[in-house]
Structure formats: C-alpha cells, structure tokens
Design a protein around this ligand. Sequence first.
Ligand code: PHE
Length: 454
Amino acid sequence: MLKKGLIIEKSFSFSKIGFVLATAGSAVGLGNIWRFPYITGEYGGGAFVLVYLAALFAVSFPLLIGEIFLGQMGKKDPVSSYEFLAPNGKKYWKFAGFVIVTAILILSFYNVVIGWILYYAYLVLTDLPQDIIQAKEVFTNMVANGVGTQILFFSIGSLLVAWIVYKGVDRGIQKLNLFLMPALILILLFMFVYSMSLDSFKNALYFMFEPNFSKLTPQAILVAVGQAFFTVSVGVGVIMTYASFSKESQNIFRSSLWIIIIDTFIAIIAGVMSFAFLFNSNLGSSQSVGLAFMSMPIAFVPFGNIGVFLAFLFFVALAFASITSAISLLEAPVTYLTQRHKLKRTKATIISALLVYVLGLFALLSLTKDYSMQILGKSIFDTLDFITAAILMPIGGLLIAFFIGFVLKKEDVYAYLSKRGLRSRLNFSLWYYSLKIISPIIIVVVILNQFGVL
Ligand code: PHE
C-alpha cells in the first residue's frame, strides 16, 4: 500500500527545461527586482555588484549544485532524502531536512509583500501617486493604517499561491513557470529597452558597473554575500524538493549554471532599468525598502499614460517573479507532508497554507499602528526577514556543505556527478573544495558577524 502511494507520488518528473525554469522561477523573486536594486543603491553601485558576483560564484553556485545533487539523488522530501542518503549510524542527519521550516517562515512575510504588489498593480492603474511626498504617504499609510486593504490583498495572494500548489507539481507549478518565466523576461526586456532611450541610461550603467572601492565597507561585503545566498533560494529545502522531481538524467552542472545565469541576468537588467528611470526623474538610488513602492511609481509619472502602463507592467513583473518563488516555498512543506506522512495533496496544501497564513497575518499586523507587535526589538515582519535571511538560510547552506563534504564519500559523490556535468576531475575538485572548505568559511564569517562577534 505504502509502496504504491510512493510510486504514484513519484510518477511525475519535471521535463529538463521545466526543471530549470521552475528552479529559476524560485530563484528569481523579490530578491532580484526589489532587493537587489535597493541594496546596490545603498552600498554604492559597481564595487558592490562585483563582490556580489564573486560571492555568487564562490558560495551560491557550489551550494546550488550540492542541493540539486542531494534532491535528485534522494528523490524524496528533504527530511527523507537526508535520512536516505546518510550512511547507517548517521541517520540523525534527517533533522537537517527540517530546514523546510525556514521556507514556511520566509513565505509568511513574502506573502505579505505579494499582497502589497497586487494592491499596487491595481493602485497605479487607478491613481498613480504624482510626487515622492505623496508616494511616501500612500505607502506608509497603507502599511500602518490599511489593515483591511492589506488583509484583503494578502488573502488573495495567499489563496492564489495555495491554489497553484494544490494543482500539483506538473499541472500547477511546471505549467505556470513555463509561461510566467518567459513572460517575466519579456516584460523586463521591454522595459529595459524602453529605458535605453532615456539620457539617464548611461548614468545607470555607470552606476551599476563602475567600481568605486572606497564605498566598499565590510558591511557592504556581508550584505552582498547574504544577497547572493537569498537570491538563489539555497538552504531551505526548496531546491532539494524541486530537484527530487527532476529527471535522473538532468545535467546538474549545466542546470545550475543556467539558473544562476537567468537569476543574475534578471537582477542586472532590473537594476539598470530601475536606475535609468529613477535618475531620469532625479530620484535618488537609495530609498531603502521603499524603492519599489515609493520611488519607482514616481519615476514613471513623466511618461503620462505610457507611464501608467509602465508602472503597471513593473508591478506585474514583480508579481510574476514573487509568485513563482512563493509556490516553491509552499511546495517544500507540502511535499514533506504528502511523502513522509502520506497526506493527500489537498490536505497537505491546506495545512501548510493555513500555517503560513496565520504567521503572515501576525507579520502583517506587526507593521500596523494599531496592532504593532515586536519581538527582539523589531516588528515580527522584520524579525522573520532577519532570522531567515541572516541566520537560518546560512545554516541550511552549512548543513549542505558539511553533509556532502564530510558525511558522504567523495568517490560516491564523484561517481554520481561525473555523469551529470562534472566529468573532469579538475572541475569536480574545484566544485568539491569550494563547497567543503571555502563556502563554510565565508558562511561562518557572515553568521558570526550577524551576532556582532567580528
Ligand atoms: N530567491 C528568492 C528571491 O530572490 C527568495 C527565496 C528564498 C525563494 C528561498 C525560495 C527560497 O526572492
């Protein structure tokens, strides 16, 4: 009976392109279109981008290969995969699979932002704020006082995400990504090409690519590493879950490379395009988290009706990018419940989505004036963001690195990966030692710094 259930569950696998697009869909999210431009703005442009790219290739890329490898070889939910792959006597490694809790925590505040995005897609069509003062008012007012509005759009977003996941990995997740990812790239390319006609385009390019090392503080370096982590979705069991549905013959190295290329490409064109529009309206590059919701809508005002359309497209792009990430976050606990606890997909989706919804509601309310709630001196929203991105994700990354580097046998790992893109000994060793030695050192430095140890 059990066996049969397992076979039915596992009868589906992503097509090769489906896997790359779904995983890239997970990677490309708020981190690319919202966070990357504003932190680049805050930490001074080109030099920051260089460090980010270096961290991406030294830490995130090896980890991404590692996590896909674990998922593809484990073929199960993260808890069962770690358990299955761990040698006898080390089965306690299954607890590493509970990094999926991080996915639940991330999704809870991620859905709140999706709610804002959906609301803004509607708002800019009806009344686009006209200047920065008004835009700031609209945004802060929504967050602090718009309890009903926020709950409404947050609920719509949460339902949408749950519904797609409920439809299944095949008919929900894969199908949606095959459509949304190309659509997202087209929208951003269109906006990018449009921004090329602006005089400020050249300045935006300089800003993104001219390294000014005097601005590169130690803090900036740590933020760049944190961003490299967040942007590829590693360390929370999401990639492992998707990879468990990948084909046995999927080339792990090539797929990872594509995912990183798509992710970086989108972050860069979103960044240059955003700065071109911002500089064109003489708006600054650093508006912190408000960049997407305050400065960006204003940047489109000078274009009249076309501006309204551009602003709408911008929020549609944000919505597409964030929804494809959100479904990957929800799929991790759903796969865990269906495979390990044999729950029906419907039930597993309802339980996971409800849990996320309740947590998200607290995150949402914690930012409002009337129900403000704090933990550790920050709103629940900020605490969730901080704990997940700064602590839990890096820990998830460390677990992957240690498990592959110190628990599995190197020859077994090579035997598997040599058939999936890492054939040459040199390439394999480069990957292996980056994962085993370099990334843990960098991750530990980042975590320690979060606690003010360094
Ligand atoms: N990578 C996503 C982004 O850039 C966020 C994310 C993190 C998604 C972890 C899934 C898992 O926004």
